[in-house]
Design a protein around this ligand. Structure first.
Ligand code: FES
Length: 77
């Protein structure tokens, strides 16, 4: 999806840079997002927040065998 219409920058472009550890200012300098009308700034910042390398991610613990987890039981008892 295009986030910045003025510069034709997609959410994928912004997310790729955010995942590489870049912040808004760096991405703005690199891609030019939010450098013309500025209407895309909040949306671009939201994408960066969601994709930031420092954003918390789900943690999957495999201490116990997966087959014994309740979430994986498919047959009714
Ligand atoms: S939509 Fe991004 S600067 Fe205008």
């Amino acid at each position: 999806m295009i986030i910045c219409v003025c510069r034709r920058i997609s959410d994928r472009d912004i997310a790729r840079h955010a995942r590489a550890g870049m912040g808004f200012d760096e991405i703005q300098f690199e891609l030019g997002v939010a450098t013309q009308c500025g209407r895309c700034e909040n949306c671009a910042r939201d994408v960066i927040t969601q994709c930031s390398a420092t954003a918390p991610t789900a943690h999957l613990s495999l201490d116990a065998p997966v087959s014994k987890g309740k979430a994986w039981i498919t047959s009714a008892a």
